[in-house]
Write a protein that binds this ligand. Structure first.
Ligand code: GZL
Length: 313
């Protein structure tokens, strides 16, 4: 009787929401499936949960904040051990995260941050420094434009309005280019991180702007959509209009190899292993760093061919 009682209490301690399997249960509320980056991010989380023996409940919010909030509430009701999510936008999370806190369920932010002043609402934020990614994009342009007089007309395809990557990549890029008046951002609009919208907005830019020298796209999918628009307008992407992009998906490396994208600033989506490590530590009551930053590089056209076979996403 005593042994049985001990076993039951041990299993209970191992985590709720797992249907008594004794396995930890992680509830993950994903942004959507808007880009190659997101697909790779989802795959990394699902495969890592499997490998870590963690029971994963997963939802796709189709880029709608109300769907992410609904999913988080459902995980709270199911009494999962940990909740993790990539906030589609920075604001509007305090209420639901307070509900998770009241339910004593730790929350991990992955990929994107929130702008809440109350940092007790999450135990850790695992993801890139998007401002730095924007700076790196601009640094390449500054170097590439050395010796050239202006104006150098730039169009910017921004990510999802209100999202941390869109806000911060814009901030980092404009912080650098604003130092030299030869750089002119003549148009800037969201393409919502998708190929279709990136193409549509680039078509509008091409119609409205008499001269475009550079496209800065906040992600590869919008850059790849824009390439279609540029070619349909009879111009050479990577030559007539230089293209700077962020993420580093295989299709972008192929486009660099084909001379159509000039530089890609890497943003690593493979966050699954680190997330599972955080989940295990947190449920054991171990301390985890409040901020865990992913390491990433910058790749230019001359490196694309050699790097392509080794790309993992
Ligand atoms: C960045 C991530 C962004 C990618 C896009 O960490 O949130 O969202 O850059 C994705 O490709 O849609």
């Amino acid at each position: 009787m005593l042994a049985a009682g001990l076993l039951v209490s041990l299993m209970a301690a191992c985590g709720g929401g797992g249907g008594g399997s004794g396995k930890l249960t992680l509830g993950f509320a994903q942004v959507g499936a808007e880009s190659g980056w997101r697909t790779a991010n989802t795959k990394s989380i699902q495969e890592s949960a499997e490998q870590a023996g963690i029971n994963l409940k997963f939802s796709d919010a189709q880029q709608k904040q109300e769907n992410q909030i609904k999913a988080i509430r459902s995980y709270i009701q199911q009494k999962v051990d940990v909740i993790a999510f990539s906030p589609v936008v920075e604001s509007g999370w305090d209420t639901v995260l307070k509900e998770a806190k009241d339910a004593k369920i730790p929350v991990v932010l992955t990929d994107r941050a929130i702008d809440s002043a109350d940092t007790s609402l999450y135990v850790s934020f695992l993801g890139s420094d998007f401002v730095e990614e924007g700076r790196r994009a601009a640094d390449w342009l500054v170097k590439d434009s050395q010796g050239k007089s202006g104006p150098i007309n730039i169009v910017q395809l921004e990510g999802t309005t209100g999202s941390a990557p869109a806000i911060d990549r814009k901030k980092g890029f404009e912080e650098v280019v604003s130092k030299d008046p030869k750089f002119k951002i003549v148009a800037s609009q969201t393409g919502d991180f998708t190929r279709a919208k990136g193409k549509e907005v680039m078509q509008a830019f091409l119609k409205a702007q008499p001269k475009i020298d550079v496209l800065f796209a906040h992600n590869d999918d919008m850059a790849l959509g824009a390439i279609q628009a540029i070619e349909e307008a009879g111009k050479k992407p990577g030559v007539d209009i230089k293209i700077i992009s962020i993420d580093g998906v295989k299709d972008a490396f192929q486009a660099m190899k084909d001379g159509k994208i000039n530089v890609v600033v890497e943003c690593n989506p493979l966050l699954g292993p680190q997330l599972m490590d955080i989940v295990k530590k947190v449920t054991k009551g171990e301390q985890v760093p409040k901020r865990i930053q992913t390491q990433e590089g910058v790749f230019t056209q001359d490196q694309a061919a050699a790097a392509l076979p080794n790309r993992k996403y």
